[in-house]
Design a binder for this molecule. Structure first.
Ligand code: ADP
Ligand code: AMP
Length: 214
């Protein structure tokens, strides 16, 4: 099964993608996580990506596509994947469609997690991220067992640089300008499904399972 998670930054794509990946035993591929791992390891890609990410801008398509196409070559992708944060522009979506169609493959579902902009700032200012394993928490809605420490790998949790309120409004603008058009793109491919992302994490997940198993 090949699934794309759509939605604004902070809508809960990563939270749900992790649960989907676990249930269906497919990899969760987050371009944001891959960029952050590169930044942490101080790679050339990380240095280039950081300049854009810190400003709330998208990393250029060329860099992003190179990275994701490499990831698709990994053997764990053979039974599908859940994509989180990719594609984020129409050219990225078109490149994905083209790459898949060359192997007579296609996306099965593009799940749009709908959350109004008003809730996003609250979600993102409370988000705490583990830069080691990609774990995501929220100080109120989904706290870690021990404050500031990742449940899974015991690393320190951080407020991401780009989750600070001044960057969040920029990221929302970028989302509306460049990523929201993907909703119509995938509607046109008859794979778009929508869930109400304002509900509790477990209820959103139930909604997604209903969609995937309909
Ligand atoms: P995205 O991957 O779309 O940027 P995340 O999955 O990281 O978003 O979620 C953003 C923040 O909101 C995180 O702190 C997460 O714990 C929290 N969150 C996710 N889903 C919900 C939900 N349904 N209700 C409340 N908070 C949520
Ligand atoms: P995320 O973790 O999905 O919120 O992504 C964090 C940041 O990484 C984004 O604000 C972008 O700067 C960058 N990024 C992640 N995925 C992409 C993508 N598909 N295209 C361009 N930039 C991306």
């Amino acid at each position: 099964m090949k699934i794309i998670m759509l939605g604004a930054p902070g809508a809960g794509k990563g939270t749900q993608a992790k649960k989907i990946a676990e249930k269906y035993e497919i990899p969760h591929i987050s371009t944001g996580d891959i960029f952050r791992a590169n930044i942490k390891n101080n790679t050339e890609l990380g240095k280039k990506a950081k300049a854009y990410m810190d400003q709330g801008l998208l990393v250029p398509d060329e860099l992003t596509l190179e990275l994701i196409m490499d990831r698709f070559e990994q053997p764990d992708c053979k039974n599908g994947y859940v994509l989180d944060g990719f594609p984020r522009t129409i050219p990225q979506a078109e490149a994905l469609t083209k790459a898949l169609s060359e192997n007579s493959e296609k996306i099965d579902f593009a799940v749009n997690v709908e959350v109004p902009d008003e809730s996003i700032v609250e979600r993102m200012s409370g988000r705490r991220a583990c830069l080691n394993c990609g774990g995501t928490y929220h100080i109120i809605f989904n706290p870690s067992k021990k404050e500031g420490i990742c449940d899974k790998c015991s690393s320190e949790l951080v407020l991401r640089e780009d989750d600070k309120p001044e960057t969040v409004s920029k990221r929302l603008k970028v989302y509306h300008d460049q990523t929201q058009p993907l909703i119509d793109y995938y509607r046109g491919q008859n794979v778009l499904r929508e869930v109400d992302g304002t509900k509790e994490v477990s209820e959103v997940f139930d909604g997604i399972i209903n969609i995937l198993e309909a």
